[in-house]
Design a protein around this ligand. Sequence first.
Ligand code: MTE
Ligand code: MO
Length: 467
Amino acid sequence: ISTKKVFKLDEIREHGPDSDRPWIIKGNKVYDITEWIECHPGGKVILRAAGSAVEPYWDIFSIHKKEDVYRILEQYLIGHVDPSDLVDGEVPKSSIEDPFANDPARDPSLVTLTDRPCNAESPLSELTSFITKTAVFYVRHHFWVPSVGKDSYKMTIDIGDGSDGKTYTLDDLRSKFPQHTITATLQCSGNRRAHMNEGSGRDTSGLKWGAGAISNAEWRGPLLRDVLKDAGLDIARPPEELQHVEFFGEDTYSTSVPLDKVLDPRQDVLLACEMNREVISPDHGYPVRVLVPGSTAARSVKWVNRISILEEESQSQWQQRDYKGFGPNEMRETVDWDNAPCIQDTPVQSAITGIRSDKDTDGLNSIVLEGYAFSGGGRKVVRVDISLDNGQTWSQAKLMPDIPKGHKAWSWSLWTYQCPRPPAGSYVVVKAVDEAYNSQPDSHGPIWNFRGVLANAWHRVRIDSII
Ligand code: MTE
Ligand code: MO
């Protein structure tokens, strides 16, 4: 296709969200984004701009304003806007509805990485209690917070038998099924990405989370398997070809988990309607979120309104082109996304969240270290090792006696460690071991991956930096 072509605005408008070949305008250039939609990190949301100028959307979604995005777009250039349709050299911009207008007010102590969409860490000082208060539970959104009314809320369950599926109201989910309570930690696949960048000296793509993209809460709601059974799935003997369960969020986010995980009553996969004994807050999925304990948090879909049983994994961007790990030599341009497994269970992790000065029983200067340790798949943390000399010698931290709820260890273990104050400039280090005797790697270089996921090397902190 020649990129010298000139298009009238009327013609461009025909290539709107519902057309076979959607176009967008940026500046005075016209792009056919048909091929981009499939690999666009935001999925189909880009269609909002189809048939018109993209700038008003990118003003809102400011993460697009960077060179690599512009470079991708250039591949789809098909021509220019007819100069006679331009006003002062620009396409007249229509005002658009701000989708972030309904985002809730947030606790100022959250450590905000991006505002629109909201991505915010829990302050480390809040991660020293077993249950994280809802207001300071980390927030990770790909889009805005959709507003879903509790009376208009409907959940459709499609059991993969070719029928239209069965629909449930919030009241159905709350009153027709036994309600279960679990405590479970959610951890973003990108937790500690900043540590991976710093530790390896190599940058990765993605938000630079420290150790606060993780939190623990109490969740309550029906078991998803009970709802699937009610919708007609033979949960004792599901059809052999059905292997995956896909969750769709009101914000267009979607992803899937293996059906086996959902059907096992001891895996505690919930349709959570409560978080910390209150209705779920808007940021965490009001009115219903899926809670897949032990799996990376990306699978716990918020504002879920449709669930489908499928033969294959979700084909969404977030299943197929994100949340996968690769070797330290592999780069975005050459990796084989299709053959890499998506992250479900996560490896063992730990971090130091606090160091404070104290006096020991003899009145001598000491320090108390605090932190969390967590492993995926419900594997319990059995030991936390501490070094005060950057990994030369070790001793064990004390695991807190918190009592998690659920069939497996879905919650983190908090730990403390008291010791004489080491000399300034010392590095204190933590690493944890889970019940399968998995341990953490000592450094990030060998586990570096270009997306910066699964950063779980030993956490080292220079002692004078945070006392
Ligand atoms: N669900 C929807 N619908 N939209 C999202 O953007 N983000 C996922 C997951 N579920 C997301 C979602 C990711 S990547 C993470 S880490 C967790 O939600 C974050 O959950 P939280 O915001 O309650 O901490
Ligand atoms: Mo995430």
